[in-house]
Design a protein around this ligand. Structure first.
Ligand code: BG6
Length: 529
């Protein structure tokens, strides 16, 4: 089929901008999240001496504190192997927060009054019993009610260990031994394939019930990703055309300028498919394609997202090379500076065959989407950091203008910008002013923060608040994770075991838009290459 919408329908002439006006919506943070209704609790962060705690978790909690967005009281307990006193821990966090450049230390001294540290040995049951005792004392002193969030900011190999120990020490049980509710926050990656994800789930489920487990995907916590559901299901004009009859193809792209940085140890075992596709790209795909649930409730929404993964058409092994292009960045120039290739990065094997770029064409085998290609792209060291969804509509079925304008009329395109611009643009045709009959594509443009100056949540702030509220809407469910791995595991196995693994890995220059082999598809979703 020569799908008319598959040619480069991209609209380049975007000179005219029509602004969509939105009513002012400055809602105070407390009203947004119902802070008054948040239960007092203790957040125990395992891996407290690590990077994630000082760079993301504690700054997120402090920002919420600055905006009066946390329950009262909220106690934070850092737990890790390193021996630190409470004060040393507080000082360490203060110096890394101060180094962020835009630090506001006005309430820091007050904030750290609720911050404590407890050394733990991750695989020692006695150590967890001591932790339990420590938490009980804090409960009594601060009247926290025994409610606890356990955040696993540790390497994935420790998830089952800590999960098991929390279970054995009684800390996972809700409503017993002075416990209130008990929740476990698990970072990605959740397993490295279907088998390991199942094993991890089995261990966690031996100790926690599903409603207690919060599997993070920070993309779901992005405002613009959440907005996809509002855009689709709170308007009546888009849903009737949101299907194979009107949409020619969809592109989802998460392009990054950054390289692997100092994460070679992790990335050498992950690669782009585990790092970006298994989680973030799959969730965006689900938000774009899921059916409307009967109510905006966590279980119902998560079920609909999971159904999308179940409907993904498996890639045909024998033709996989047509549907999957893998690449690895070589040296190049980013922002005018020479940068090394992936194999020259610290900690990377000089012969590494790990992909840092992937473009996958997938199909969803259901009534709504049958036959519509979804182009999924992510890569490191590309020309720009850009995250967006492109919905390319089909061309008009018949052109009554063909005698004056020819057959070619560019099709409509909707772009949901996630980064750098958080915006929605819709491009359509208008008459070019003047005596001659000719068309002009124009773009209607809505900026997400237009007419809004209220507080904004960083992804981690949203994730932590939702967990304190017990709201699972923006987290992975167990069957969602399994179904997503069920689709990707055979693809990974094929890529990682095939004889021509090296030949299928296309090199690209850092600062480019990926390998030449992907250009044909990249042209469909990115304006620039
Ligand atoms: C993380 C990946 O989950 O997402 C990183 O591990 C990637 O490799 C990051 O850089 C991208 O997130 P964002 O929000 O910057 O698009």
């Amino acid at each position: 089929m020569k799908d008319s919408a598959m040619s480069d329908d991209n609209v380049r002439d975007q000179k005219t901008t029509v602004e969509a006006k939105a009513p002012p919506m400055d809602i105070p943070l407390q009203e947004c999240v119902g802070v008054g209704r948040l239960d007092p609790c203790t957040i125990v962060i395992f891996g407290a001496s690590g990077d994630l705690t000082s760079r993301k978790l504690v700054p997120a909690l402090y920002n919420l504190y600055l905006n009066d967005g946390l329950p009262k009281p909220l106690i934070i307990v850092g737990a890790s192997r390193t021996a630190l006193s409470h004060d040393e821990f507080r000082e360490k966090l203060k110096s890394s927060y101060s180094a962020t450049g835009n630090a506001d230390l006005s309430l820091w001294n007050e904030f750290v009054g609720n911050l404590f540290y407890k050394p733990v040995i991750y695989d020692s049951l006695d150590s967890y019993k001591e932790l339990a005792e420590f938490l009980r004392k804090l409960d009594q002193e601060h009247k926290v009610g025994g409610n606890r969030v356990f955040d696993l900011a540790v390497p994935p190999s420790l998830y089952p260990v800590i999960g098991e120990m929390l279970g054995k020490s009684g800390l996972a049980q809700e409503g017993e031994n002075g416990n209130g509710w008990s929740r476990l926050v698990v970072e990605k990656p959740f397993g490295r394939d279907l088998k390991t994800a199942k094993e991890l789930d089995e261990t966690l489920h031996r100790n926690f019930l599903e409603h207690q487990i919060f599997r993070i995907d920070h993309y779901l916590a992005k405002e613009t990703v959440q907005n996809i559901l509002m855009f689709r299901f709170a308007n009546s004009i888009f849903e009737p055309i949101w299907n194979r009859s009107y949409i020619g193809y969809v592109g989802i792209v998460a392009a990054e300028k950054l390289g692997v940085e100092m994460r070679a140890g992790y990335y050498e075992h992950a690669g782009v498919i585990r790092d970006m596709f298994q989680n973030h790209i799959m969730q965006v795909l689900a938000m774009i394609t899921m059916e409307p649930p009967s109510l905006f409730e966590a279980d119902l929404v998560r079920d609909e997202r999971a159904k999308v993964f179940r409907s993904l058409k498996p890639l045909d092994r024998s033709k996989q090379a047509d549907d999957l292009i893998l690449g690895q960045y070589g040296p190049g120039i980013i922002d005018g500076v020479e940068v090394p290739g992936y194999r020259g990065e610290p900690g990377v094997n000089a012969q590494s065959l790990i992909p840092t770029f992937a473009m996958m064409r997938v199909f969803i085998d259901n009534w709504r989407w049958r036959g519509v290609p979804f182009y999924l792209v992510s890569g490191k060291r590309l020309a720009k950091k850009m995250t967006r969804v492109v919905v390319q509509f089909r061309r008009v079925p018949h052109s009554m203008f063909r005698n004056v304008l020819g057959e070619e009329i560019l099709a409509n395109r909707l772009v949901l910008g996630i980064y750098p611009q958080e915006k929605i643009t819709l491009t359509f045709q208008t008459k070019h002013p003047g005596a001659r009959s000719c068309l002009r594509p124009v773009t209607m443009d809505f900026s997400y923060d237009q007419n809004y100056s209220g507080p904004k949540f960083e992804a981690y702030e949203k994730v932590l608040l939702d967990c304190i509220q017990g709201d699972q809407m923006l987290f992975w469910s167990d069957n969602g994770v399994r179904l997503s791995w069920s689709f990707l595991t055979p693809i990974l196995e094929e890529c990682e075991t095939c004889d021509d693994r090296g030949a299928r890995l296309h090199p690209y220059h850092s600062g480019s838009w990926g390998p030449d082999a992907a250009k044909r598809w990249m042209k469909l979703i990115i304006d620039e290459p």
